[in-house]
Design a protein around this ligand. Structure first.
Ligand SMILES: O=C(O)C(=O)Cc1ccccc1
Length: 311
């Protein structure tokens, strides 16, 4: 856990929780968003970053990757989130490295450790160059690098960022850019502890987004069919993700619908409800009001809806 700087017991900067330890991609994304305006707080798992919100002002959460798709742990946590509000997004370029203890050769490696996203993004490389090695899922890429660094005589490798060479002693880079596509980005949600909290640094998003969680599996509706709910939104749908609702009704799911205002031409609003006064000045209903009206239309149909973010 990073130490907070306190003056006379008063915390001087807002705090940001991220998936640690130092050296993860989440750490890099957090730094890109907040620079030196905040104190960074490491957490051991993605779920712990969600749990920390409230105690911390902000949190940075990996959401999807261009090679391997959605981050399942994130959607599982979003399923139960009651507090915390998405206020922005960051896309981080990801170049994975194969890292070992000094002196270990690729032919020595018996196990490759990393976050499941990184293992998934490098499936082709692993199948081609390390077909006999086991894979082990870790809580993060840097957690894998830390274990490799701290295990003497280890013939394991970690898939992680090059930055881990500086974070942990005794490591060596064997290969760089081992992911299955040259171009590789991970998108992160920037969350605030609540809807009222605005970001200290202006996010770089040119359009208005919203994330809504919809459970449309009540008896009047047909579990598994959310056509009516999506139609009722009457807004641009950028993506839909789903996870099991865990309510014992087979194949009843919770849906995460990311909305996007296709006509948005608003200036950036620094995390204040996007499209607010600027939207009104353009003679258009502000984005957050249109999202709230859309949510109401789905509720009238019997759906349970929660607004998870506006940015
Ligand atoms: O484990 C990390 O470094 C993370 O931040 C999660 C992750 C893993 C792989 C790609 C992007 C983010």
């Amino acid at each position: 856990m990073t130490r907070l700087i306190r003056l006379n017991g008063v915390q001087t900067k807002p705090t940001v929780a991220f998936l640690g330890p130092l050296g993860t991609y989440s750490h890099q994304a957090s730094y890109e968003q907040f620079h030196d305006t905040v104190e960074f707080i490491e957490k051991g798992k993605i779920a712990d970053v969600f749990d920390a919100l409230g105690e911390t002002d902000f949190g940075v959460i990996p959401q999807e990757n261009t090679i391997f798709g959605p981050v399942v742990e994130t959607y599982d946590a979003l399923r139960g989130v009651e507090s915390g509000f998405i206020r922005g997004e960051i896309a981080l370029k990801v170049q994975h490295c194969l890292i070992v203890r000094k002196g270990v050769k690729i032919s020595d490696i018996d196990c490759v450790m990393s976050h499941e996203q990184a293992l998934g993004q490098c499936r082709g490389f692993l199948a081609k160059y390390l077909p006999g090695a086991a894979t082990m899922k870790m809580t993060s890429t840097a957690a894998a690098a830390e274990v490799v660094a701290n295990t003497s005589g280890s013939t394991r490798a970690a898939i992680c960022s090059k930055i881990c060479l500086k974070m942990f002693q005794g490591l060596e880079l064997l290969e760089e850019g081992i992911q299955d596509e040259k171009s590789n980005y991970t998108r992160f949600y920037v969350m605030a502890k609540n809807r009222k909290t605005t970001l200290p640094v202006v996010p770089v998003t040119p359009v208005s987004h919203a994330l809504v969680r919809i459970h449309f599996g009540c008896p009047e509706n047909n579990p598994g069919d959310i056509t009516a709910a999506v139609k009722a939104l009457e807004l641009g749908v950028a993506r839909i993700d789903r996870r099991p609702a865990l309510n014992r009704t087979p194949f009843d799911d919770v849906y995460f619908v990311e909305l996007r205002d296709s006509q948005a031409r608003y200036a950036n609003t620094n995390g204040v409800d996007a499209g607010g006064d600027i939207g009104r000045m353009n003679g258009k209903t502000p984005w957050h009001e249109r999202v709230e009206e859309a949510i109401e239309r789905v509720r009238v149909l019997g759906g349970e809806v929660k607004l998870l973010g506006l940015w």
